[in-house]
Design a protein around this ligand. Structure first.
Ligand SMILES: [Fe+2]
Length: 303
């Protein structure tokens, strides 16, 4: 029984390690970090004590039962907390995805765009080199993708959906949307780390973006969102253009590599199998098919 209790404690140690590793994102990353390591130290000590008692050939049945019950209780509590945090994180992501519908509803033809960019960045995160994949949190990247155009809520609809070419003044207003998005998220302290990814998602590899910051100062998260954003915008059907084919989209990305877009990220994107990239577009079809709402009418425009 002491051996079983020891094995359960080892399992508890792995649970706490997984728990700490999975907390490194915008939702839980700032929470109780020290406490996490205190709990880890406790379960490691418990496991050591169980091992010590086991190797002492301790045979007292009642104490064995108490030790096994104790480790089982710790297992249940840790699993409960682990799943509670997991469901909170899943629900928070679902809320963010629901909010993305509001962002995209400013332009009904862009319905599903933010979710599409989210799917693309998750796919791109898997394709990153090992070192970058470990340092760039996938969940953070998902939130940056979902909220990359949040600032368009602050751009008048008359400019956003203007049928003709925009004036210089109107372009000035459009160019404010990355900053507005970062400002909207500012009160959410846990989003501090990704505000710059949103603010700089229109920066260019040649330094001629909205803020004209040097390419080496553009955050990796912003570079990834930028490539996914351009690919999604190209692929989507718009009133003024048909849907662009995969091959044409890839040709445009390659053409923009090193000028508008980061060349390394474009290379990485183009190396991902075509079927994998196009599978991300399912979310666009779902967005356009699953709703009975006439978004054009809802937005006060003619269908
Ligand atoms: Fe944007």
């Amino acid at each position: 029984m002491v051996a079983a209790g020891f094995l359960l404690m080892i399992y508890n140690v792995t649970t706490v390690v997984r728990f700490i590793r999975d907390q490194r994102d915008v939702i839980t990353g700032k929470n109780e970090t020290v406490l996490n390591y205190v709990i880890l130290a406790f379960v490691v000590c418990f496991a050591a004590v169980y091992a010590f008692i086991f190797f002492q050939n301790f045979e007292e049945m009642s104490i064995g039962i108490i030790l096994l019950s104790g480790s089982a209780f710790v297992t249940v509590v840790l699993q409960w907390i682990y799943h509670l945090v997991g469901s909170i994180k899943a629900n928070t992501m679902n809320m963010a995805e629901a909010l993305s519908i509001i962002i995209d509803a400013r332009d009904p033809d862009l319905r599903g765009h933010s979710r599409h960019v989210q799917e693309l960045v998750v796919m791109m995160h898997e394709a990153l080199p090992e070192q970058q994949r470990r340092t760039l949190n996938k969940t953070n990247l998902e939130y940056a993708a979902i909220f990359h155009d949040l600032g368009k809520l602050g751009v008048p609809e008359s400019i956003l959906n203007k049928p003709g070419p925009l004036t210089d003044e109107e372009w000035q207003v459009i160019r404010k949307h990355p900053k507005i998005g970062a400002e909207i998220l500012r009160p959410v302290k846990s989003f501090d780390d990704i505000q710059d990814w949103i603010k700089y998602h229109h920066e260019r590899a040649d330094g001629k973006g909205y803020y004209q910051i040097p390419p080496d100062q553009i955050p990796l998260g912003a570079k990834i969102v930028a490539v996914a954003d351009v690919f999604s915008a190209l692929l989507m059907k718009r009133p003024y253009k048909a849907s662009t084919s995969y091959d044409e989209c890839i040709a445009v990305l390659k053409h923009c590599a090193g000028s508008q877009l980061d060349a390394d990220i474009v290379d990485m994107f183009c190396a991902i199998p075509r079927e994998r990239v196009l599978a991300c577009s399912d979310v666009l079809a779902e967005s356009h098919e699953s709703s009975d709402v006439d978004w054009s009418a809802a937005a006060g425009r003619e269908s």
